[in-house]
Design a binder for this molecule. Structure first.
Ligand code: FES
Length: 326
C-alpha cells in the first residue's frame, strides 16, 4: 500500500502524563471528522529540530474518537529530537499532521489472537485490544515493560482485558519468554507485535522456531530503535568525492534530499523499502532499523533503508543522482 501524504493543520488540544516518561497528546485537525481508521494506524507529525523541519511518525492510540487523535510519546534520552520537540509543546500549539494510515493488516476471522507490546509499543496494540475485546475474540495481551510504573495505559488495559492481560515487568523478575509463549499458541493464532527492534528480531526467530507461518506474525516497530546507539555517521557517495555527515537527530534520507541527492520514499518508517539505497562499502557497522529487509538481506549489507537505518563509522553508497543534474 502506498501512503498518500495529505497534510492538514491541527491543534494540540490537551496533554496528559501517563507515566514519568510517556505523555499523551490529543490532537484535533482543523477539518476533523471522527471517521474510523484501521487498527495500527499512524500519523506523521511535522516537528522542528534545531530549527529544521522534520517528520516523525506516531501510532494512534485506541480506536477513533470524537475528541480527536491520540498519540503517546516517550521522552527518549537516545532520541533524534522528535520526542524533545513534542514534549516542549503546550496545549493550543499548532501542528501539521497527515491523515491516519496503516500497514498493519488484521484478519478478524481468526479464533485466537496474541498481542505483544514492548514498552511504548503499546500504542498501536491498545486499539487492537479494544477492537478484539469488543468482538469477544479470544485474545491475550503480553505487555513487556521495565516496571509497572513505566507501563502506559495499564489501568485501561486491566479493565478491558482482566486476566487476559499479562504484564512482564523485568524489575519484578518477570521476563517475556517468547519461545515458550509461541510454542504454547494454537496453530492459526494471529499475533500482532509492536516493540523495539531487538525484541522484534527475537520474536521473529521464536515465531519461526515454533513452526508458525511468518505471515501470521504482524508487526510494527519504531524507526528510532536500533541495535546501536543513535550517533553521527558519514555517508560517502561513490565516485563523487562527496561525503555527508548524518547527525544523530536527522535521517540519512533527509540529509541526502536536503543536499540535492534525490531519494524517493514513501512510508518513512522502514516498512515499504522504497528508499533503499545500494551500499558498496562499510567502514564501521550498519544498524538496520527497517522491517522491510529479511535477516539475510540485512546481514549482506548490500542495501540500506535511508529513512530509518543508521550506521557507525562511514558507509559508501552508489548511484545517487543529484536532482538538479538530471
Ligand atoms: S520510505 Fe519506506 S522504507 Fe524508507
Amino acid at each position: 500500500m502506498r501512503f498518500i501524504e495529505t497534510w492538514t493543520p491541527a491543534t494540540l488540544v490537551a496533554t496528559r502524563d501517563l507515566t514519568p516518561n510517556v505523555r499523551e497528546f490529543l490532537i484535533k485537525p482543523d477539518q476533523f471528522e471522527a471517521a474510523a481508521y484501521p487498527v495500527g494506524s499512524h500519523i506523521n507529525v511535522s516537528v522542528t529540530i534545531d530549527g529544521l523541519p522534520e517528520t516523525r511518525s506516531y501510532s494512534l492510540v485506541g480506536e477513533a474518537s470524537s475528541h480527536g487523535l491520540r498519540i503517546a510519546v516517550r521522552r527518549a534520552e537516545d532520541s533524534r529530537g522528535g520526542s524533545r520537540y513534542m514534549w516542549s509543546l503546550q496545549p493550543g500549539a499548532r501542528l501539521d499532521i497527515t491523515q491516519p494510515a496503516s500497514l498493519l493488516a488484521v484478519d478478524w476471522t481468526r479464533e485466537n489472537y496474541c498481542l505483544i507490546a514492548g514498552g511504548i509499543g503499546i500504542t498501536p496494540i491498545l486499539g487492537a485490544a479494544q477492537a478484539l475485546a469488543r468482538r469477544g475474540a479470544d485474545v491475550t495481551l503480553h505487555y513487556a515493560v521495565r516496571s509497572r510504573r513505566e507501563a502506559a495505559y495499564l489501568d485501561d488495559l486491566a479493565t478491558m482485558l482482566g486476566d487476559r492481560l499479562v504484564v512482564h515487568a523485568s524489575e519484578e523478575g518477570s521476563r517475556l519468554d517468547l519461545d515458550a509463549l509461541f510454542a504454547s499458541l494454537p496453530r492459526g493464532t494471529l499475533t500482532l507485535f509492536c516493540g523495539p527492534m531487538r525484541m522484534l528480531d527475537a520474536a521473529r526467530h521464536a515465531w519461526i522456531g515454533a513452526g508458525h507461518p511468518l505471515p501470521d506474525l504482524r508487526y510494527e516497530t519504531f524507526g528510532s530503535s536500533g541495535t546501536l546507539p543513535t550517533e553521527t555517521f558519514t555517508v560517502r557517495l561513490k565516485d563523487s568525492g562527496v561525503e555527508l555527515e548524518i547527525p544523530r537527530e536527522r535521517s540519512m534520507l533527509d540529509v541526502l534530499n536536503a543536499s540535492g541527492f534525490e531519494v524517493i520514499s514513501d512510508c518513512k518508517r522502514g516498512e515499504c523499502g522504497l528508499c533503499a539505497i545500494d551500499v558498496v562499502d562499510v567502514d564501521g557497522e550498519i544498524d538496520h532499523r527497517d522491517v522491510f529487509f529479511s535477516d539475510h538481506q540485512k546481514q549482506s549489507n548490500q542495501k540500506i533503508c535511508a529513512c530509518v537505518s543508521r550506521a557507525r563509522g562511514t558507509i559508501t553508497v552508489d548511484t545517487l543522482l543529484r536532482a538538479d543534474a538530471v
